[in-house]
Design a protein around this ligand. Sequence first.
Ligand code: PGA
Length: 251
Amino acid sequence: MKKPFVAGNWKMNTDSRTSVDLADSLASGIVENYNATVAVFPPFVYLQAVRDALDGSSIAVGAQDVYFEPDGAFTGEISVSMLKEIGCNYCLCGHSERRHVIGETDKLINKKVIAAIGGGLLPVLCVGELLKEREASQTNEVVTRQLKEGLAGLSAEKLAAVIIAYEPVWAIGTGLTATPQQAQEVHDFIRKLLAQMYDDESASEIRILYGGSVKPSNAADLMGQKDVDGLLVGGASLKADDFLSIIRASV
Ligand code: PGA
């Protein structure tokens, strides 16, 4: 049985004090025997302080992005080994804001996924369609492209290190959550696609998270879907009580 995975993406929020306060509240509020893997993704500059604040708790820390080169003249970028060195276990790759605001391509995201796995960070590969793509019935096509290109060159053995997050772009930060049925439909499609690309076992083992306006009131229904293995939470992960309720609803 896969453990539910609940991730909090803090995006470009918090400051040096509120990031540590939030981590402290989560560390004291989490019940250690929850049957869930929990990770938070603070801004780069607060990773170390948040890691320290969470020391001794079961909550892991991840980065919101990573660069694929190991070192060198890449102004502004952060490498896998830098993240590993300060205790990160995970990184998001291809979050919709990086795809659609910053302009990251599937090719670049693929290099990040490969570099992350190579350096021992577990990538959370985010995929999802825009509203206009859903309205044009292109959801499956978009998700297929993002998965095929994002996972290009990865063996089934390497795939085992990947977590997928389905985040319909129209549901992110909008308050519009996909219905549990809409989420299940795409998660089922993703799992079947992975079974075709790899094999049944790899597809059934991989964790597929749902993200997009997850809140305490909808977490349990989303988690109740057969192919939803966890949640990627943005806005609601900035409030310790809400994030803790979502974790409780997921186990
Ligand atoms: P949201 O963000 O929960 O605020 O919609 C989710 C995400 O972008 O990961």
